[in-house]
Design a binder for this molecule. Structure first.
Ligand code: ADP
Length: 395
């Protein structure tokens, strides 16, 4: 039996999932949250049962120990079964185009990317260091959100600003959600029996964070997020694309850099447009005649269609459009609105099939039989993708 533990460490949380790679199947998963506070909590799911343990956890070391305790008291990991730990790392800059076996050089390179992701990379690093101390005898692998997009051409990733300034500060498009775009594009190609070397697939990861990606032959050729995960689509609380001149204007009007950060990351997107960031609530209000909610939906869908159009041109057409993540997997209305009126581009959704697809059903083709471009709903599984990449790296 070979098992892989996937860890996703945030500043005050640890998300984890254990996989048995002979399936591969998920054995157990959980969340340690509010680390560093009095009311920390471990929620551990195994064999269809959720176990909750409350109590203060001072730091990530205590958090990982609590996770281990949850395994021990429910279904212990058999001796020798754990062969590696896969760590999600948000930013690999242009240093990582693939997962990496962690050693001192890799740790230093991840540290070197902290200025590009000052909130995420330090927490990811802390998780790696604590987990390596707790499990020193097995390999640890870093899997980067950015790595899949390192195949973009300069034409796609360069911003048209002064070259020296851009290079000095490493300002360029990196892209994120790479594990998800890689996973769902590969799953879609396999489901449709497409030739992996030539398939043209547009993936729409629509969750709280959201991004689009153009994939040709299994490689990312363009994506909507940029230097940071703030660019591109309208998200739950993030703005997505906005004229950079608007930033200068707001700074001149007296906003501080921190005000801007909060505005763009926390009080923009659907939340900023209508006060709600959960699309279920936005739909409910729109259906009840709320014009503000209606117009928020319009902005949300308009932006997705703008990227869909751009990527259809970039790929010279597409074999498939893939919807994934919370909204993509569960929201037939958004899928229908994104694909509305695109018959002349070869995209046509079957309304009856589409309206029945909610939840993690596995890949489902919701296009009409005549649709030249297939439209798929593919549940994403970033943890499984990290586990698979980890196993491939240690082998
Ligand atoms: P994250 O980016 O945090 O991983 P998810 O991919 O889980 O987020 O997506 C969460 C979002 O998915 C919610 O904020 C909500 O807008 C949306 N969502 C979840 N379920 C539904 C549903 N049944 N209908 C429409 N939207 C949904």
């Amino acid at each position: 039996m070979s098992q892989i533990l996937v860890l996703n460490c945030g500043s005050s949380s640890i998300k984890y999932e254990l996989f048995d790679m002979t399936g591969p199947v998920s054995v157990a998963s959980g969340l340690v949250e509010r680390i560093g506070e009095e009311d920390s909590r471990v929620t551990h799911h195994v064999d269809g049962v959720s176990h909750v343990v409350d109590g203060p956890l001072a730091d990530h070391r205590a958090g990982l120990a609590a996770m281990n305790e949850a395994f021990t008291t429910t279904r212990p990991i058999p001796d020798g079964a754990l062969v590696a730990v896969g760590h999600r790392v948000v930013h690999g800059g242009d240093r990582f185009a693939a997962p990496a076996l962690i050693d001192d050089v890799v740790l230093e390179a991840i540290r070197d990317c902290i200025p590009l992701a000052p909130l995420h990379n330090p927490a990811n690093l802390l998780g790696i260091e604590v987990a390596m101390q707790a499990n020193p005898d097995i390999p640890h692998v870093a899997v980067f959100d950015t790595a899949f997009h390192q195949t973009m051409s300069q034409a796609a990733y360069r911003y048209a600003i002064d070259r020296d300034t851009a290079d000095e500060h490493r300002v360029r498009k990196y892209g994120f959600h790479g594990t998800s775009h890689a996973f769902v594009s590969r799953t879609a190609a396999a489901h449709l029996g497409l030739d992996e070397r030539s398939a043209r697939i547009i993936t729409l990861h629509l969750g709280n964070g959201a991004s689009a990606c153009a994939v040709r032959g299994g490689r990312s050729v363009d994506t909507s997020m940029g230097l940071t995960p703030l660019a591109g689509l309208v998200m739950g609380t993030r703005s997505g694309d906005i004229d950079p001149g608007a930033m200068i204007h707001l700074l001149r009007m007296g906003m501080s850099v921190d005000d801007l950060d909060t505005l763009l990351n926390r009080s923009s997107g659907l939340k900023g447009l209508c006060g709600d960031n959960d699309l279920r609530e936005v739909h409910r209000r729109a259906a009840a005649g709320d014009e503000v909610a209606r117009s928020a939906l319009d902005v949300y869908v308009h932006r997705i269609r703008a990227y869909l159009g751009a990527y259809l041109v970039e790929l010279g057409g597409a074999d498939a459009v893939v919807f994934t993540a919370g909204v993509g997997e569960n929201d037939p209305q958004v899928r229908a609105a994104v694909c509305a009126g695109l018959q002349s581009l070869g995209i046509e959704i079957d309304e009856t099939v589409n309206s029945g697809v909610r939840g993690p059903l596995g890949p489902v083709d919701v296009a009409t039989p005549d649709s030249r471009v297939r439209v798929l709903v593919v549940p994403t599984d970033e943890e499984l993708e990290i586990a698979t990449s980890t196993l491939a790296t240690i082998n």
